[in-house]
Ligand binder design. Structure first.
Ligand code: ADP
Ligand code: MG
Length: 395
């Protein structure tokens, strides 16, 4: 497969070369313990491959949001957990004496450099910071798709200062995203859900021109229903976006994209776990009721849409899935998508913080073709934006 960017396969002999590898190690921690090592685990293939090929591996990562040195956000605290995960020694290297420390390293050694954001100029992509980091390495690998929507020194600047390559994680993410929206097999369905239309306007506008079916769920469906004259009662709804919703539906129409809105919904008068609910036609929502999930009939029809599609891209839950029983539609449609994927008839790519949580809740994340954990970067990609960290890797 020829790609618009170079990968580890294009690096040639890296024995004894110092390779700066940008990873995402911004893991959640409590009481000095890593509480979810998903991001850390995702870095293992690239780091171990380079070490096994005899490179001197210099891992670059940010942690938290410091605007300069902040001892409580030192990556020193990740050295032990990272060693345990990799099953190999990891040297911690701070930003004082780093050049001397790196000069001592041997082929196959792995070092974790200090928090990149201890440089105030990191987020400003300051050329002096780029130069400072570039001096430590011979080659640069960006393996942090989740940080690629930011043009920082370690995510973008370095790609211009050193020969640049995509790591295995970055490569997998870009391949999956290309299969889903870049050059997908049609028909393509997109599920866009979540709380508000206002946060996903750019996503909707980008998708209508590219997908065959746009499935709108969650709180955003209420805004579209209201724009069509449906009384949504006390539902979360952005009434002031009615004309925007209409414009999106008109654009979809022109592009030959079918917009699917729920025709039955699950409503309640109180938003709390397991309240009294009714399943009603969208035209029967009471003035004191809230739409909190897509109804079972519409969910089944959406499953039939997916059965006729080859590709699915999903961002945003169909209902208020954190509060039972309003996860039902999201779980049911996710299970359908997972089964179709496992049958080989659907390529399914999903992303978004709450979406990933909902797919995990449904127990199907592993059955999707690809689940992106890159929140902001995934959304910007769904908006059709060029991600600076990815663009800088272009051949
Ligand atoms: P993601 O993080 O995957 O991009 P969002 O943050 O856009 O997703 O949306 C997720 C939120 O939307 C969840 O907190 C969920 O409870 C909420 N939500 C979904 N449907 C509804 C609804 N009908 N009413 C209120 N909130 C909803
Ligand atoms: Mg969210």
């Amino acid at each position: 497969m020829s790609r618009p960017f170079k990968t580890l396969d294009d690096m040639g002999d890296v024995h004894g070369k110092r390779v700066l590898v940008r990873e995402d190690l911004n893991v959640p921690m409590a009481d000095g313990q890593v509480t979810d090592d998903t991001r850390m685990r995702a870095t293992v293939p690239t780091v171990t491959e380079l070490a096994d090929r005899g490179a001197i591996v210099l891992v670059l990562a940010h942690f938290g949001r410091p605007k300069g040195p902040a001892p409580e956000l030192s990556l020193a605290m990740l050295t032990r957990p990272y060693e345990q995960l990799l099953g190999r020694p990891v040297r911690y290297v701070d930003w004082e004496g780093d050049a001397a420390a790196v000069a001592m390293l041997q082929p196959g050694d792995i070092a974790l450099l200090e928090n990149t954001r201890f440089f105030g100029g990191e987020e400003k992509n300051d050329p002096a910071v780029v130069e400072r980091m570039a001096a430590l390495g011979d080659l640069y690998v960006n393996d942090a798709f989740s940080a690629a929507h930011r043009a920082h020194a370690s995510t973008e600047g370095l790609a211009h200062a050193l020969p640049a390559f995509a790591g295995r994680q970055m490569e997998a993410e870009l391949d999956a995203l290309d299969k889903a929206l870049g050059s997908p097999e049609h028909p393509v369905a997109a599920v866009v859900g979540g709380a508000k239309v206002s946060t996903k306007l750019d996503v909707l506008q980008h998708l209508v021109a590219r997908v065959d079916h746009l499935i709108i769920g969650g709180g955003m469906a209420n805004t579209f229903l209201a724009a069509r004259g449906v009384n949504v009662g006390k539902s979360l709804c952005e009434h002031d976006l009615a004309s925007t919703a209409e414009a999106i539906m008109a654009a979809a129409d022109r592009a030959g994209c079918t917009v699917h809105l729920p025709y039955d919904v699950v409503v309640a008068t109180e938003f709390k776990p397991n309240p009294a609910t009714r399943t009603v036609n969208v035209h029967e929502v009471g003035a004191d009721e809230m739409i909190l999930d897509v109804g079972p009939a519409a969910t089944e029809a959406l499953g039939d849409v997916l059965k006729n599609c080859r590709t699915l891209v999903w961002n945003g839950p169909l209902g208020a899935f954190e509060t039972p029983p309003f996860d039902a539609a999201t779980v049911a449609l996710a299970k359908t998508a997972a089964a179709l994927t496992q049958d080989g008839s659907l390529v399914s790519v999903a992303g978004g913080g709450d979406t990933v949580a909902a797919l995990n809740q449904a127990g199907v994340a592993a059955d999707f073709t690809f689940v992106s954990t890159a929140g902001g970067a995934f959304l910007e990609w769904m908006e059709g934006k060029a991600l600076p960290g990815v663009a800088a890797l272009a051949r």
